[in-house]
Design a protein around this ligand. Structure first.
Ligand code: THU
Length: 132
């Protein structure tokens, strides 16, 4: 078991680590491994706008580079008042690296929380099983 509120607060902290130079819209992510480690992520933008990378993917790539392969949940916080759902590209990458059982915790400005399973956010998805 894990505390969604705890990783939500980590995602809020992670927001300030990014470089949203063009949009000035900060997004933070906190990815929790099965053994309790938390990896921060934040959005990093590029003057060639399409090369921008989202908070969720920076967290996942950082964790994978550290050798992590088993994940419980990811929390996402942003400058928006409302809950920020992960974009489609991040859903696909999280599915690949963290699996469909990953819990996705969103936190809004009032510190309220919404939780989903990744499989509900990306149903009927393409994945490694289609390449066998
Ligand atoms: N962004 C994220 O970091 N995660 C998402 O799931 C949605 C969008 C970032 C990308 C860009 O830096 C900014 O938010 C505006 O799109």
């Amino acid at each position: 078991m894990y505390d969604p509120k705890e990783i939500a607060q980590e995602a809020v902290k992670a927001k300030s680590k990014g470089l949203p130079k063009y949009s000035n819209f900060h997004v933070g992510a906190a990815l929790l491994t099965k053994n309790g480690k938390i990896y921060h992520g934040a959005n990093i933008e590029n003057s060639s706008y399409g090369l921008t990378i989202c908070a969720e993917r920076t967290a996942a790539f950082q964790a994978v580079l550290e050798g992590e392969r088993n994940f419980t949940a990811i929390a996402i916080a942003s400058d928006a008042e409302d809950f920020l759902p992960p974009c489609g590209a991040c859903r696909q990458v999280l599915l690949e690296l963290c699996g469909k059982e990953l819990e996705v915790v969103m936190v809004n400005h009032k510190n309220e929380i919404k939780k989903f399973s990744l499989k509900d956010l990306l149903p009927f998805s393409f994945g490694e099983e289609h390449l066998r």
